[in-house]
Design a protein around this ligand. Structure first.
Ligand SMILES: CC(C)(COP(=O)(O)OP(=O)(O)OC[C@H]1O[C@@H](n2cnc3c(N)ncnc32)[C@H](O)[C@@H]1OP(=O)(O)O)[C@@H](O)C(=O)NCCC(=O)NCCS
Length: 378
């Protein structure tokens, strides 16, 4: 553990205690390493969670902290570690795997494809003030985040890409392994439940003092306006509010734009590990029904290869052996189609998909374009 934490700290520029805490959160069974001649040279972390697609939760493995010592790079170690981890996660019942990529060539060569984009933005607190905005409802400070977790769980189904977080995810939101622990501000609702909450952390001193909002959920318009007003009053001691967001994030929506360029735009990629499990757990658009005869090929899991019918009926999908196999499909284009990141024409013209022009319409008839996002960083 200690050796891998030191590799993580060195590779990603993390404080050593933070790297150790991250490993602790994942636990030994979801930490994979390679040693050569007694030295730890490569490692990664895994976490089993769920991810929301079309109001359903798809079992998903999160992959993070992929690191190889400098002297051991380009020998295939990361590839080996990733392939064996993907096989284990598939065996454990995960339908997909998701990661943030700093190097998409490597992950694409293993069947991952772009699925969404996470933005980190920064704005002064006053930018969150809306004309005529008043804090309409009383807010409280939560000592126990449990009601916030329940509210998140109820509302996450409305956001494609949202994670059904595990303990490591919640610990990251709460900053449990960081020096400055997060605060929770909430709007109480009926029956001991909440109408909304925000979780934030303060860091830096003097003019660099900043608030980082790690989570935000609101379930009615007054709750949104109230929590926006709370953020707008974080100045003058806080000069900057940081937020992991997307253009249709409720906290971000309705602000006066443009606010300047995002600090960071980070793509996240998804790999289909098991097409039958992914299709049957996915939430398709309920107004869509259709059928495709697919010829599936996955170099990593050839046991699934062959002709299949992909059937979608009233929002539910099935993947059954048989059919004429007229449309060639593989993990990368299927990831982009399921997540709605790109349409069939884009995938065909970029060489990601190898079907004919006439088949574009068949695919677009089943897979709707959508914008998915994750607030979580892992
Ligand atoms: C990225 C990293 C993990 C790769 O480790 P590695 O052991 O050198 O990778 P491998 O030798 O197993 O290469 C795997 C594949 O990725 C490709 N690849 C590896 N590094 C690459 C790079 N910097 N740019 C483009 N492709 C790369 C290889 O060509 C290989 O592809 P192939 O199987 O089609 O030939 C390593 O360089 C590292 O630790 N980097 C710093 C941390 C980091 O960026 N981690 C990724 C976080 S998302």
């Amino acid at each position: 553990m200690w050796e891998f934490s030191e590799l993580l700290a060195h590779t990603f520029g993390l404080p050593s205690e933070l790297a150790l805490a991250l490993l602790d959160l994942h636990g030994p069974e979801d930490t994979r390493v390679i040693a050569q001649r007694g030295e730890l040279v490569a490692g990664l972390m895994l976490e089993r969670v769920g991810q929301v697609w079309g109001q359903r939760v798809v079992p998903t493995a999160l992959i993070s902290g992929v690191a190889v010592r400098l002297h051991a790079r380009r020998q295939g170690l990361a590839g080996h570690l990733l392939r064996s981890s993907l096989a284990d996660m598939r065996e454990a019942g995960m339908a997909t795997a998701v990661l943030y990529a700093s190097n998409d060539a490597m992950y694409r060569s293993m069947g991952f494809e772009h699925a969404g984009l996470s933005l980190t933005v920064s704005a002064p607190p006053a930018a969150f003030a809306r004309p005529g905005q008043v804090e309409r409802l009383p807010v409280v400070r939560l000592k126990d985040p449990l009601p916030a977790r329940r509210l998140y769980h109820r509302s996450m189904v409305h956001q494609d890409g949202a994670l059904d977080r595990g303990e490591a995810g919640w610990a990251t939101i709460a900053g449990e392994h960081l020096e400055s622990v997060s605060e929770w501000i909430a709007l109480p609702g009926p029956d001991n439940e909440l109408r909304g909450y925000l979780c934030y952390r303060l860091t830096g001193v003097g003019p660099d003092r900043r608030a980082t909002i790690t989570d935000f959920v609101a379930t009615d318009a007054d709750a949104v306006a109230t929590l926006q007003a709370v953020v707008s009053r974080m100045g003058p001691l806080v000069s900057e509010v940081r937020l992991n967001t997307s253009p249709d994030d409720l906290l971000w929506w309705g602000l006066t734009h443009p606010l300047g360029p995002p600090l960071r735009a980070q793509p996240w990629l998804l790999r289909v590990l098991d097409p039958a499990r992914a299709i049957s757990s996915w939430g398709f658009s309920s107004s869509i029904s259709g059928q495709l005869s697919v010829r599936w090929r996955d170099p990593l899991f050839p046991e699934d290869d062959g002709d299949h019918e992909l059937v979608v009926d009233r929002g539910r999908g099935r993947w059954q052996p048989g059919g004429a196999g007229t449309l060639p499909l593989s993990p990368r284009p299927l990831a982009a189609l399921l997540t709605g990141r790109a349409n069939a024409r884009t995938l065909r013209l970029s060489g990601t998909g190898r079907w004919s022009e006439e088949q574009d319409a068949l695919l677009d008839g089943i897979f709707a374009r959508r914008d998915a996002w994750m607030r979580d960083r892992f």
